[in-house]
Write a protein that binds this ligand. Structure first.
Ligand code: GLU
Length: 491
């Protein structure tokens, strides 16, 4: 069998969003699953200008997600260049071939004339479509237009009757009524630039793309593109349109539904592992209840047969839950690697941490990382491990520091910790249990004020994880500070 070749073809106009990243991922998964080739192509002919920063942003986000491409810009490959604006000569040549074969024609209509045609159609209650006026120009009329110096656009000579059937690997056979699905649309603009539906076909063919996997939003472009394939004598690739991604209220996903750019999630402290895992579930499932899956596991199970026809619902809560799973369960070294910049940005850790500093950060992260959803939350929840000057949570103060006898309870806890010789989870916990028993108080009466004393917070890691992570010296000093503070609190 021929090598499977797929592509991701973003337009470099902005940052990579959830939808684009999901398309990239499904192409990448299909390539990796089938030992195929994943091509990255930048489609910039319909855009006003090539935005280098956007192109670089997309590339860097793909790299961050571990979606590496085998051919593409800055990588090269046998079918390059991989940026459409660098392939103009090819589109011009193919358009010329189509023109000569009668599959396309020159259109001299001015924007004003086209607007007028649209207006007339609107008045008649018809769908605006190109009237086909220039399709029937005689040679003399055409010459006359040329003589006026009008630079023509090229239009495809599309069938206006019958149906075009698209065979789709996800959606099955989809029929399009040729009378309403397209008109003689422009394939080359008068400025010599190809339009998306033409350039895309020429590229997919000349780049040897075997499977076009893209968002359902493009399904209506596929019959338009099929005409170009046929007119140019290219064999059709296989198509797979992956389902829409809708907001929880089933409306179109937009800014008002919160962050949708992958970069924003990166800044908020989501892990690439969690994002690709979540994206994979937008329209695909392994066929069982599994939800948390690494990329390798997903590759091994991925198939287009198990991609759903139904819209996927974008649910940030689920992404956040998956992120929390990765934060708790990935090897600690990996979490430290991704978390460190967040700690450095808050000046909790130095730019070039020493080995002991790294040891301490690692212990803190390991203690705090459960019960946390993002790296931003992780760094925030860790802040008091890195300063002696942390504030006490106000509600916590009212609840735990104003109780009768709390200074005494904290002092007894402090004395017990001071006596512990080997500062381990078991030994420190044993020391505290003894205080609780001796004083005849509830566990909470000692544990809650101690947590507030040691971290300034009422929630967080297990108390003995905090104690052991801080170490004996810091614990005693922090308890001293809290005991002084408690004395200033009024009941
Ligand atoms: N440039 C198009 C887009 O960004 C690509 C569509 C396609 O995959 O054919 O939506």
């Amino acid at each position: 069998m021929d090598t499977i070749r797929v592509r991701f073809a973003p337009s470099p106009t902005g940052s990579l969003h959830i939808g684009g990243a999901r398309t990239a991922l499904f192409n990448w998964l299909y390539a990796r699953k089938n030992s195929g080739v994943f091509v990255l192509r930048l489609e910039d002919t319909d855009t006003e200008r090539f935005i280098e920063a956007a192109a670089e942003g997309i590339r860097s986000t793909l790299r961050w997600l571990s979606l590496d491409w085998d051919e593409g810009p800055d990588k090269g490959g046998p079918f390059g260049p991989y940026v459409q604006s660098e392939r103009k000569a090819l589109y011009t040549a193919e358009a010329q071939r189509l023109l000569e074969a009668g599959g396309a024609y020159c259109c001299y209509c001015t924007p004003e004339e086209l607007a007028q045609q649209r207006e007339e159609a609107r008045k008649k209650g018809e769908v605006p479509r190109y009237s086909g006026r220039c399709r029937h120009l005689t040679e003399d009329e055409r010459q006359a237009k040329e003589a006026q110096g009008i630079r023509p656009a090229l239009r495809i000579a599309a069938p206006s009757e019958g149906t075009t059937v698209v065979e789709d690997l996800v959606r099955g056979e989809v029929s399009f009524d040729n009378r309403v699905s397209f008109d003689d649309y422009i394939i080359m603009k008068s400025n010599g630039m190809p339009t998306y539906n033409f350039a895309c076909v020429v590229d997919d063919h000349t780049m040897g793309i075997t499977h076009v996997i893209r968002a359902e939003e493009h399904l209506s472009n596929t019959p338009k593109q099929s005409i170009v394939y046929r007119a140019l004598g290219y064999p059709l690739p296989q198509f797979a349109h992956v389902p829409m991604i809708l907001a929880p209220d089933r409306s179109k996903l937009s800014k008002r539904h919160g962050a949708t750019a992958v970069e924003e999630f990166r800044e908020e402290g989501y892990l690439p592992e969690a994002i690709v895992n979540y994206l994979a579930l937008l329209g695909w499932s392994p066929g069982d209840e599994r939800e948390v899956m690494g990329l390798k596991e997903i590759v091994s199970m991925f198939s287009l047969d198990s991609v759903s026809k139904h819209a996927a619902i974008y649910d940030v809560k689920k992404l956040t839950w998956i992120n929390a799973q990765y934060l708790s369960n990935l090897p600690i070294e990996r979490v430290v690697e991704v978390a460190l910049p967040f700690y450095q940005a808050r000046n909790l850790v130095s730019d070039h941490p020493s080995t002991p500093e790294m040891g301490y950060v690692t212990r803190v992260i390991d203690a705090v990382r459960t019960r946390i959803h993002t790296l931003v939350e992780l760094a925030d929840a860790s802040a008091s491990f890195f300063t002696e000057d942390y504030p006490y949570d106000e509600k916590g103060v009212r609840k735990h520091f104003t109780k009768d006898g709390v200074a005494e309870i904290l002092a007894r806890g402090r004395a017990a910790l001071a006596r512990v010789e080997s500062f381990t989870l078991e030994e420190t916990e044993k020391a505290y249990r003894e205080v609780i028993e001796e004083m005849g108080i509830s566990g909470g009466a000692l544990i809650h004020p101690t947590r507030l004393a040691l971290s300034g917070r009422t929630v967080g890691p297990g108390l003995f994880d905090i104690i052991v992570t801080l170490g004996q010296g810091k614990c005693l000093a922090r308890l001293d500070r809290a005991i002084e503070f408690v004395k200033t609190c009024k009941a």
